[in-house]
Design a protein. Structure first.
Lengths: 280, 304
């Protein structure tokens, strides 16, 4: 398999934080979804996982957080390591205790709980005092002031943006080191998406939380991420610094809808041939 | 008027007995979104294990402890062998599993403890309270009053538990969204074992009270049927709803039994009796038309 690499220095072993080695995921014992994905998230960075529908972004995240088993998926090959320890056999509960938490696609707030109760459930794995809990809440409210004003509302009655904030805030309550953030922009107005990505960057810099961010909104993700991987059909087809990816001709053409040579006639565009090189 | 009050009060008190059974349903429904068809069978199992152990010569308190252990183990086993395999499956799959569970208990419990009807003496006698009888001339059963008090304590503590504790919040979270609960590190296994254990405890209390009143027999499994209209009126997801629903059913069925037949007789002629048997279900049907989520149930929230 050839991987088009855009300026990657191999991360030194000491810097290894979250490492995924060549994992293969099979659903229902027959559907091969990931065909050997390897990636690396350095400490304190935002790494974007990009690709079209069905490329395997969500599956990759769930393989890390071990939510796959509940969906009849199985990691059949490869390994996932966090801070040098293998974590692929841990329960999600144990993984959250170790500092890795997933914010699922489609937000998944607890509709009948108030926003504040939603946040409080996030601290389930932590044994902290009442005042510690209050401090943790205040911290989340500091980043998401909007949640504070609506904290007594049932989550089901809040807007999509507020629910996304609630989902991220809920994850923060677990005091994670690493958040696996799945498609935060889904179904949200561009302005809200901007706001949420801004907060993600803020959390990354001030709280030193690392992010692995699965996104379809390639341009937005590359603007905020440090590093990016592009998935296609269950394989990493390209990886590199966000800056380099953004200016890469192929990425521009296939994912950003830009082209340096101006408008082209449709019949001249041979997408499939160039893609084929990646897929073989 | 005195007669009316007497009927009303005895109805309310007997309604509390329905609430106790309904409470078990609510607990499991709240925490897993599953209508637990086996709740009636659990009431039977709990009552049977109390009398079964007492027949071996153990005192009541010991029998209750043993029964509690039985119910807790049963809860844990249910989680381990039935529910764990069904995470993330549609609610109907879980519902079907509870039907299987009900048949399993109904077969197993008599095999272990014997199937003949037996009396259960829990030390509270079913006789009128003399003070009230002398003062106001009303017959209020000591047993009913004690049962109501027990139910009140149980309900209050459960409601507080659900609303304000960490585990209680986690239980409600799991009910809303299994997967999201899993993703933030709530261990479904523990939560379900806890909730089935608590539901088992509620079944134990209900089983002892019902068993003491009607005898411990297979018919105890049918108490679940009376809980159904209680749930529909009170709402499947509300602990206080189970109580209010029980009170409404208890009071209305007794009042209907006394006051409806003369009215119906004058309207249609002929004899009417046994209204108590079907009245709650008609009432529940009416509620389904007007307020399907019940008085206190959670409304289904849909994004539009």
């Amino acid at each position: 398999m050839t991987v088009a690499t855009v300026s990657t220095e191999a991360a030194p072993a000491a810097e290894r934080y979250l490492t995924i080695n060549n994992i293969e995921v099979i659903y229902d014992h027959v559907i091969l979804v990931l065909k050997g994905v390897s990636l690396n998230v350095p400490k304190g960075k935002i790494v974007a996982l990009l690709g079209a529908n069905g490329a395997g972004k969500t599956t990759t995240l769930k393989a890390i957080s071990n939510l796959l088993r509940a969906e009849r998926g199985d990691v059949t090959k490869g390994s996932v390591e966090f801070k040098g320890n293998r974590v692929d056999q841990l329960s999600p509960n144990e993984l959250v205790r170790r500092g890795v938490i997933q914010v699922m696609e489609g937000r998944h707030c607890f509709a009948h709980l108030t926003l504040e109760e939603n946040l409080l459930t996030g601290a389930y794995t932590r044994s902290i005092s009442r005042s510690g809990l209050k401090d943790a809440l205040e911290k989340v409210y500091h980043y998401f002031p909007r949640l504070k004003t609506r904290r007594g509302t049932q989550a089901g009655y809040t807007s999509g943006g507020e629910q996304q904030m609630c989902a991220i805030g809920r994850a923060l309550m677990a005091k994670p080191e690493m958040i696996l953030l799945d498609e935060p922009s889904m179904g949200l107005a561009p302005q809200i998406v901007e706001e949420i990505f801004g907060i993600v960057k803020d959390l990354n810099q001030k709280e030193n939380v690392s992010f692995l961010l699965a996104e379809q909104n390639t341009l937005m993700a590359l603007r905020y991420a440090d590093f990016g991987y592009i998935l296609e059909n269950g394989r990493v087809v390209m990886e590199g610094d966000a800056e380099n990816l953004r200016t890469n001709e192929d990425v521009k053409e296939f994912y950003l809808g830009l082209s340096s040579s101006g408008r082209k006639s449709f019949k001249d565009v041979k997408h499939y041939r160039r893609r084929k090189r990646w897929l073989s | 008027m005195r007669f009316f009050l007497e009927v009303l009060i005895s109805g309310l008190l007997s309604g509390v007995m329905y609430s106790l059974v309904a409470l078990g349903f609510v607990l499991i429904y709240k925490a897993s979104g599953v209508f637990n068809f086996a709740q009636g069978a659990m009431v039977y199992l709990a009552a049977l294990s109390v009398v079964g152990v007492m027949e071996k010569g153990a005192p009541l308190w010991l029998a209750v402890i043993v029964a509690f252990i039985v119910m807790t183990l049963f809860g844990i086993a249910t989680e381990k062998f039935v529910l764990r395999k069904l995470v993330n499956q549609p609610p109907i799959a879980l519902f079907m599993a509870t039907i299987g569970l009900a048949f399993f208990i109904e077969g197993l419990a008599p095999m272990v403890f014997g199937s003949d009807p037996r009396a259960l003496d829990i030390g509270i006698v079913d006789e009128p309270i003399e003070a009230i009888l002398n003062r106001w001339g009303m017959v209020i059963s000591k047993f009913d009053l004690a049962a109501a008090a027990i139910a009140a304590v149980l309900v209050t503590s459960l409601a507080l538990f659900f609303q304000y504790t960490r585990i209680g919040r986690a239980l409600r979270a799991v009910a809303d969204d299994h997967q999201a609960a899993l993703s933030i590190g709530i261990p479904l296994q523990h939560i379900w074992a806890i909730v089935w254990g608590v539901a088992g405890f509620v079944a134990l209390v209900a089983g002892m009270l019902w068993g003491a009143r009607n005898g411990v027999q297979f018919a105890l499994t049918f108490t679940a049927l009376k809980a159904l209209p209680v749930l529909i009126i009170g709402g499947f997801t509300s602990v206080p709803g189970a109580i209010v629903g029980g009170l409404i059913i208890g009071a209305s069925e007794k009042l209907a039994e006394i006051y409806l037949p003369p009215l119906m007789q004058s309207a249609f002629g002929g004899n009417f009796g046994g209204i108590e048997g079907w009245f709650p279900y008609v009432l529940a049907l009416g509620f389904l038309l007007v307020r399907p989520e019940g008085l206190f149930g959670e409304k289904h929230i849909d994004r539009v």
